[in-house]
Design a protein around this ligand. Structure first.
Ligand SMILES: Cc1ncc(COP(=O)(O)OP(=O)(O)O)c(N)n1
Ligand SMILES: Cc1ncsc1CCOP(=O)(O)O
Length: 506
């Protein structure tokens, strides 16, 4: 069994266990991480009130860091309540030390000042708050204040256009390694949008505001979930998307314990599509509310991706029912003719043939569908493709791109790359089977899925066992000794895996 990521949570004990380190431990456990704790203070609180806060001594604080560091390095660190100035200084020294030795360890800082951000429930001495950003920012990668904390710490108004906020953040703090995730849960709007500021760029993660009572520990839970996903090595945009989906699930499953607001639920790995946030980006093309024609999911299965009519006909003859013409040589002679032929072959063999990239020609010649990558999506006229009735397949490489694609409801979502591939230079690491399984679980019953990248005959059964609707392959077919035999073998294997899946369902 693989080892769980180790996450350090630096913060206070909450006797009610609704928030604080107790909530962090439950979040880590829920997400398969091992949370180790560095206690900054003990608090006596319940669901209604914070009665008292007693900081630990700096000696005890240092001893916890020393002892843990003597044993194991974490994958990520989440810092929350630092109740007094001495502990802010001590913590910043430890973070400086960690960052110097292991800059790759992600540090998330949730600047907690009051329980449920109510002034009467103050957890932090005010002189600590004054120095918080000066001392901590140089070592922090992600800062997750709510609106009240943001305004108190920065003196920047959170009630102005987001571009203006971005401008003021960079003007005041410069462009550095810090990402700001400004949580919008306390805003009066109908949606709860968390805004992510990284330098000049701004991106929103938006959900409908939930009318729920049990909201205690929301900030702790979100920031720890973020640290956990970073600990699993997800990219920042994916980790934020997942943390937002997680908190939405947690808010929906909160429980009434005590007389005030109860704690959040622990909804497990984010695999509910309805909990994914809407992504609000500057790329207006990707925020369009469209809906593309549906595919025939039953005849997806093996999906050869080939670069000529010659290859297309070879695989279609073996019984393939979905295929793609992917010509990467833009000067290719007779490009128009190849595309027309491909469309014709699709009709002849009653197969769903997708044209890669050349969406205008695909519309002109009446293709069944178009496949577009992330860069193509920014420039293609998606509305025109949709109005022409073509199907649209899109490449995605993680939760963020999946969530963003859902706005325009593509016909299928491709997930890649799963294994190392020689066919194409990829800017990221292979995703592996575990992530593929999570994506399939998320999308099943909502969108057809296609796995791509480095899939060969040996890996095929494990990939189909995830329940993915289609497996796209290039070299495993085109470089095979007998492409016809391999194609027929894989079609048969896919059919068998579907039978097993259907038998398991019924
Ligand atoms: C089914 C399928 N999935 C992914 C891709 C890759 O498309 P894209 O990201 O556009 O990269 P190129 O194919 O253009 O290199 C695909 N072609 N098909
Ligand atoms: C086009 C593409 N997009 C992501 S991986 C890939 C290449 C897949 O080729 P192969 O099946 O030979 O690894």
């Amino acid at each position: 069994m693989s080892k769980p990521p180790v996450i350090w949570c630096v913060g206070g004990s909450d006797s009610s266990a609704h928030a604080g380190l107790q909530a962090d431990l439950r979040t880590g456990q829920d997400l398969g991480c091992h949370v180790q704790s560095i206690v900054t203070c003990v608090t006596a609180q319940n669901s209604k009130i914070v009665d008292s806060v007693e900081p630990v001594s700096v000696a005890m604080f240092d001893a916890q860091w020393h002892t843990l560091l003597d044993d194991v390095w974490p994958q990520a660190i989440k810092v929350s309540l630092l109740p007094n100035y001495e502990l802010v200084v001590a913590c910043s020294k430890w973070l400086a030390n960690i960052k110097q030795q292991r800059p790759e360890i992600s540090i998330v800082f949730d600047p907690v000042m009051a329980a449920s951000s109510e002034a009467g429930n103050r957890l932090q001495q005010s002189e600590a708050a004054t120095e918080l950003l000066t001392l901590m920012l140089p070592y922090v990668d992600y800062l997750t204040p709510n609106l009240l904390e943001f305004e108190a710490l920065t003196q920047i108004s959170a009630h102005q256009p987001v571009n203006q906020i971005a401008f003021q953040i960079t003007e005041k703090y410069g462009v550095n390694q810090v990402s700001w995730l400004l949580k919008g849960g306390h805003h009066e709007a109908a949606t709860a949008t968390d805004w992510w500021f990284k330098g000049e760029s701004v991106c929103g993660f938006s959900t409908d505001k939930l009318s729920v009572h049990n909201t205690r520990g929301t900030g702790c839970t979100l920031s720890t979930a973020l640290a956990c996903f970073l600990g699993y090595d997800y990219f920042a945009d994916d980790a934020i998307t997942m943390a937002k989906a997680y908190i939405t699930g947690a808010l929906k499953t909160g429980v009434q314990i005590g007389q005030g607001a109860g704690p959040l639920g622990r909804p497990g790995w984010p695999e509910k599509i309805e909990n994914l946030p809407n992504i609000v980006t500057a790329e207006s093309n990707l925020g369009q509310s469209l809906a593309f024609a549906e595919m025939n999911v039953d005849s997806m299965g093996l999906y050869p991706v080939v670069d000529s009519i010659y290859w297309l006909e070879r695989v279609l003859k073996q019984g393939v029912r979905i295929a793609q013409l992917r010509i990467k040589d833009a000067d290719s002679a007779q490009l128009d003719e190849q595309i027309q032929q491909a469309i014709l072959l699709g009709k002849t063999y009653q197969a769903q043939v997708f044209i890669n990239d050349y969406w205008e020609k695909a519309i002109e010649y009446g293709a069944y569908g178009v496949h577009l990558g992330q860069e193509d999506l920014l420039v293609a006229d998606l509305a025109r493709i949709q109005q022409a009735g073509l199907r649209l397949g899109v490449s995605t490489h993680g939760y963020f791109e999946i969530a963003r694609a859902l706005a325009f409801k593509p016909s299928y979502i491709a997930l890649g790359h799963i294994y190392p591939t020689q066919t194409k230079q990829m800017p990221s690491q292979p995703q592996g089977l575990k992530r593929l399984q999570h994506y399939v679980n998320l999308l099943k019953g909502h969108y057809p899925t296609v796995a791509i990248g480095g899939i060969n005959c040996e890996r095929f059964a494990a990939v189909t066992a995830t329940g993915v609707n289609s497996v796209a392959m290039v070299t495993a077919i085109t470089l095979a000794e007998s492409p016809e035999q391999v194609t027929r073998f894989l079609i048969e294997q896919f059919a068998q895996s579907k039978e097993v899946e259907n038998a398991n369902i019924s």
